[in-house]
Design a protein around this ligand. Structure first.
Ligand code: SF4
Length: 430
């Protein structure tokens, strides 16, 4: 199975085209951020890996059930949700191939280099198909997300793939281009699969606009490089000139973005604004009287809350990352995130043997459909053997450390955890 997480991304990645078109300074801003893959994105990557393997090796995604897939720091066990999502896309691609004679390409990497863009630009198209009889090019993209619904119409990412496909295959005679989004997990009024078809001339016109946006983005990038170091005023003036909100959802720079912060805070009442911008320790007296708000006010507040909660999340993530890098944040510290109790032995046959030997129990107590979890087994053993079972910590089972949380010192009883550099130096000394 090809490891998708190991792929290198272009500076102007097709997946960020919508953001970069709207916000000229986004590429410069994202260079300031040590971007980390979030769990939802990693889930999508794992799903893509299954889908690609199913198409290349011609098997059903159900055969991947219970297989472990590692994507960066995340590990997923393929469940029905992931297998169904991959299979939906695989079935759609297979049906499209059967419709009429065609050529197709799977997970093809594209570059826009031939257009001489001001950045290294490109991306990987999930599935590209060409029907010579109708001069028709089709680009199919799998979306694993369930939160953000992706539209096919006017989709800049899909158009970037389409232009990439035309550049990669200049031998193809193309008259019409069709893009298809397959998003099995997000409900949409037009169904799980949405398409848009346009004439190739429209795509070429769109591409010339794209190059204008790329050049503007490059100008923002070059202007950013000339900013005096450590000048907040210069940074804010640059932000004012080059940053535009509107496509911020997947931008990793949200937590440091002056424009995004301003817009997020503008949506909340003045008191809460003080809470974020002032120095008062006291929390505001938040009114909880929605009956007094009109439907329009409620809509405004809900829209604002979305943006505000995204901003808070981005800020928390950034603070956490800084603390993990060893930055001291006054009043806050890292604490170990302890996961659910888990057995030390991962091999199921060996574990069953060990449980029988140590606890003197049989299959009936050990198994439900598979080996019972630590918590279930403790329940089966009952209160009389609870103390005995507790003593097996670190012998049979453990409480695995699943990373860290950033916690307020005054509100936690948890032991502090070391930052990554501290752990590194500790390991060097031992
Ligand atoms: S958060 Fe929005 S406005 Fe700020 S850099 Fe990112 S895309 Fe631009």
């Amino acid at each position: 199975m090809d490891n998708h997480s190991a792929r290198r991304h272009a500076t102007w990645a097709a997946s960020a085209t919508a953001r970069n078109i709207v916000c000229a300074g986004a590429i410069a801003m994202n260079e300031l951020i040590d971007a980390q893959e979030n769990e939802a994105a990693a889930w999508g990557t794992a799903c893509h890996q299954i889908a690609e393997a199913c198409i290349r090796e011609e098997y059903n995604a159900g055969a991947s059930l219970n297989v472990a897939i590692k994507v960066g720091k995340f590990e997923f066990i393929v469940d029905e949700d992931m297998a169904f999502c991959a299979q939906d896309y695989v079935d759609y691609c297979a049906d499209e191939v059967k419709k009429e004679p065609c050529k197709f390409w799977i997970e093809e990497n594209f570059s826009l280099k031939a257009l001489e863009p001001p950045y290294d630009a490109g991306g990987t198209g999930d599935f590209i198909l060409y029907r010579p009889a109708s001069w028709h090019l089709k680009v199919i993209d799998l979306k694993g997300g369930r939160g953000v619904v992706v539209e096919a119409t006017g989709n800049p990412q899909m158009r970037t793939y389409a232009i990439g496909a035309l550049l990669a295959h200049p031998e193809l005679d193309v008259e019409t281009v069709e893009v298809a989004i397959v998003q099995p997990r997000a409900p949409h009024k037009d169904g799980r699969i949405r398409t848009e078809t346009f004439h190739v001339a429209d795509l070429l016109e769109w591409t010339s606009d794209l190059l204008v946006h790329m050049r503007r983005s490059r100008a923002a990038y070059d202007a950013f490089q000339t900013l005096p170091p450590n000048s907040r005023l210069a940074f804010e003036a640059w932000s004012e000139a080059w940053l535009t909100t509107g496509q911020c959802t997947f931008c990793d720079a949200k937590s440091i973005c002056v424009k995004y912060k301003r817009e997020a805070l503008a949506t909340i009442p003045a008191k809460a604004k003080e809470w974020f911008e002032g120095t008062a320790e006291e929390l505001p007296d938040v009114s909880n009287a929605p009956m007094l708000m009109s439907p329009e006010e409620l809509a405004h507040a809900l829209n604002g809350l979305d943006m505000l909660s995204d901003y808070i999340k981005a800020l928390r993530e950034r603070a956490h990352r800084e603390a993990e890098r060893g930055v001291q944040i006054p009043g806050w510290e890292l604490a170990e995130k302890v996961g659910n109790r888990a057995y030390l032995e991962k091999d199921q046959a060996k574990l069953a043997k060990e449980l029988k030997l140590v606890l003197n129990i049989g299959d009936e107590e050990i198994y439900e459909r598979s080996i019972r979890s630590v918590a279930q087994l403790e329940k089966v053993l009952g209160s009389k053997r609870k103390a005995e079972f507790a003593k097996l910590e670190k012998k049979i089972w453990e409480r695995p450390i699943k990373g860290t949380d950033l916690v307020r010192v005054s509100k936690t009883g948890r032991a502090p955890a070391a930052s990554k550099p501290a752990k590194f130096f500790e390991a060097m000394e031992n």
